[in-house]
Write a protein that binds this ligand. Structure first.
Ligand SMILES: [Zn+2]
Length: 200
């Protein structure tokens, strides 16, 4: 039996569903919230709802954005012949922080994982093929994580996307094996981009 009032217990349960928030952190945050000043809590609640209302996925690249197409897709100074293919929208932030990539992006939305029921048609591959048909894309740099599924997905894509006049490369150098982009520091990421290897 919990000594906590029901409303706190359900707040803890809701927070515990967030990524990276375990039961103890959820409890600490919940207890902090219920004891904080009302305006502070109201501001937090409003910021959550406001962000959720405003943010959408860019219909072209899949980035998180307040307007579609997103500022990167819309930026004429960026190299439209070079596309960096990432797993998740947040990976764009990691690469942008490295400050070396001047091309555009495409978010795959996951990687092929038959065991988890993720098939190629669940990913944004058809959207990328559409872009290949309409945009002057000359190179795709695959920046998926370097584990078994990331490898398998990269090889599948290199085969499926292969067409004349298109270079497909993959970042590899310096990225720790089995890790995602979020764990790489900026220098490692910019070296990984520079040291990309051609796949086709
Ligand atoms: Zn975009």
């Amino acid at each position: 039996m919990s000594a906590l009032p029901d409303s706190i217990t359900s707040l803890i349960a809701a927070l515990n569903k967030l990524p990276g928030v375990g039961p103890r952190s959820a409890e600490r945050i919940a207890l902090h919230i219920v004891q904080a000043d009302a305006p502070v809590v109201k501001q937090l609640a409003e910021a959550i709802v406001h962000a959720k209302d405003r943010i959408q996925f860019c219909t072209t690249c899949g980035a998180l954005t307040e307007k579609s197409p997103c500022p990167i897709c819309d930026d004429p100074r960026r190299d439209g012949s070079l596309i960096c293919l990432v797993e998740r929208a947040v990976d764009i932030l990691s690469i942008e922080k490295s400050g070396t990539f001047r091309g555009k992006f495409h978010v795959l939305g996951g990687r092929i994982s038959p065991l988890d029921g993720v098939e190629p048609e669940d990913l944004r591959i058809a959207e990328l093929e559409k872009r290949l048909a309409h945009e002057p894309i000359k190179e795709i740099v695959i920046a998926l994580s370097t584990d078994v599924e990331g490898d398998a997905t990269s090889f599948y894509l290199a085969k499926r996307l292969a067409r004349s006049g298109l270079k497909i490369s993959r970042i590899a150098y310096g990225l720790p094996a089995g890790s995602g982009l979020e764990y790489a520091d900026e220098l490692t990421l910019s070296r990984a981009l520079e040291g990309r290897r051609e796949m086709t």
